[in-house]
Design a protein around this ligand. Structure first.
Ligand code: ZN
Length: 166
């Protein structure tokens, strides 16, 4: 009985830790995204976007969208965020959220899902319009760094030589 109570307490502590991230971590991340959104340069669409992510060492990186008179060269908020990730020391993204001009959660565009996959992988948690999901659900069956490694392995000269003897 006492053991079960202890187990229950342990579960509750784990929930609390998780909850702290859910309640505070996500809210702080969303607040950071909303703050940087206000610095977006969107004179053409007036659609401002802010993005914020937590890095595996605990720091937070952000980015806002930057438009251009040549519409096709617009930089999404995620571009600035990934640049900041590297300009401040690199690492892996663990949690991500982006918001519109009203501070509402929006989805990263298709291209940026690829960007996020590169720097956070399948396990990166994304606060989506339908709740928190891992990248493996936001960008299923993603093409990524492993695909290039796979082809490089196949191009290995030793493999080619052994294939020749078949
Ligand atoms: Zn994008």
């Amino acid at each position: 009985m006492a053991e079960k109570v202890a187990e229950k307490v342990e579960e509750n502590v784990e929930d609390a830790v998780h909850e702290t991230w859910d309640q505070q971590g996500w809210d702080e991340l969303r607040a950071a995204a909303t703050e940087v959104m206000q610095r977006a340069y969107a004179p053409y669409s007036h659609y401002k976007v802010g993005a914020a992510a937590r890095v595996d060492d605990g720091r937070v990186v952000t980015g806002c969208n930057v438009e251009n008179a040549a519409y096709g060269v617009v930089l999404c908020a995620e571009c600035g965020l990934v640049s900041q990730l590297y300009s401040t020391g690199g690492g892996r993204l663990t949690h991500f959220v982006c918001v519109n001009g009203a501070g509402e959660i929006i989805m990263p565009c298709g291209r940026c899902r690829q960007l996020l996959f590169e720097h956070g992988g399948r396990d990166l948690l994304v606060w989506t319009v339908s709740g928190v999901k891992p990248m493996s659900e936001v960008l299923p069956d993603a093409f990524g760094p492993d695909d290039l490694t796979h082809m490089n392995d196949m191009a290995d000269p030793a493999d080619a030589a052994s294939e020749g003897t078949d």
